[in-house]
Design a binder for this molecule. Structure first.
Ligand code: ARG
Length: 305
């Protein structure tokens, strides 16, 4: 396995995130149902929330890196979408909307400068992949398919990371990335909102997660599934009471880090914190130029065939 990227340091399992500061954060276009040029974020409040998030992630035990956003790229504050990073390597995001496409190059530049190796894409203009659609549960990668990511991209991930990839068709446009309806808590438990997916997606997830915390659409609209877990702490934009008591019963600590200004752009905490090692135990990571896109070593679940 190739190992590059930031030095692991003494805490091998420590979570490492990359955030992007809100220097140029704004809502200037509308590419999801949450965005409205009539409801622009407040600059001061955005900075306060972003600094609060950095502090909360660090207090929970994560290592946080960050880089500044650039003029003209108002969604750069959501670096999770710029790629999938694992085992010191990364696959660059291929954004569906032209408004966000330049972000991928800036994210890739940061990763390359910090020692991560880039895994090339096959030459296929119809492949789209946004990092918010890719979530790991145990040893399986779940890949949302619908508004932002194409099934062929899921096959590419399976091939290069040597992992089983299950695609989950998203049918509710308000939850256009999978990380808005699925939050892994550990290798057995996850928060998820099944009503956001088609029937086959629901079936696959139900058979995959032994101990689910099923939430309604109304609960999911609070962005509670767009959270990250650091050690035992679930860092969340907000948390409906029923979800909070289930998490506490399971022994988690709940840390609320409000990001209301960012939700105006349709993104919460998971979107704002790129996991620098999404797959804890990647298989053989392939840096070879792709020849075809048949998955190796992984099998594809619903919708990807
Ligand atoms: N405005 C951004 C977009 O529509 C929000 C990105 C949210 N990212 C995420 N991982 N869910 O693309």
């Amino acid at each position: 396995m190739i190992s590059a990227g930031l030095p692991t340091g003494s805490l091998k399992s420590q979570k490492k995130f990359l955030l992007c500061s809100p220097d140029h954060f704004d809502v200037t276009f509308e590419i999801n149902p949450w965005m409205s040029a009539e409801r622009r974020p407040d600059r001061k409040k955005s900075w306060r929330e972003w600094e609060g998030l950095v502090a909360n992630l660090r207090a929970a035990g994560a290592e946080v890196h960050h880089f500044p956003s650039l003029p003209g790229l108002s969604d750069m504050v959501f670096p999770t979408d710029v790629g999938i990073v694992a085992g010191g390597c990364f696959v660059r995001g291929r954004f569906r909307h032209p408004e966000r496409r330049d972000e991928a190059a800036f994210g890739a530049t940061w990763l390359l400068e910090h020692g991560f190796a880039e895994i090339p894409w096959p030459d296929d203009p119809d492949m789209y992949l946004e990092g918010g659609d890719v979530v790991r549960f145990g040893d399986v990668l779940l890949c949302g398919n619908g508004p932002r990511t194409s099934p062929a991209a899921a096959m590419h991930l399976s091939r290069v990371f040597d992992k089983q990839v299950v695609t989950v068709p998203i049918v509710d446009p308000r939850f256009y990335h999978l990380d808005m309806s699925f939050c892994p808590l550990d290798d057995r438990r996850a928060i998820y909102a099944p009503d956001v997916w088609d029937q086959e997606g629901r079936r696959v997830i139900e058979s995959l997660v032994p101990e689910p915390l099923v939430i309604s659409i109304d609960e999911a609209l609070s962005f509670c599934a767009n959270s990250v877990v650091v050690g035992n702490t679930v860092v969340m934009p907000s948390c409906p009471p029923r979800v909070r008591s289930a998490l506490l019963d399971w022994g988690f600590t709940v840390c609320i880090s409000p990001v209301d200004e960012f939700i105006k752009a349709g993104g919460g905490i998971r979107c704002m914190a790129l996991d620098l090692n999404l797959i804890a135990r990647p298989g053989h990571v392939s840096l070879d130029p792709p020849s075809d896109d048949r998955p190796v070593g992984g099998e594809l679940g619903s919708g990807a065939r």
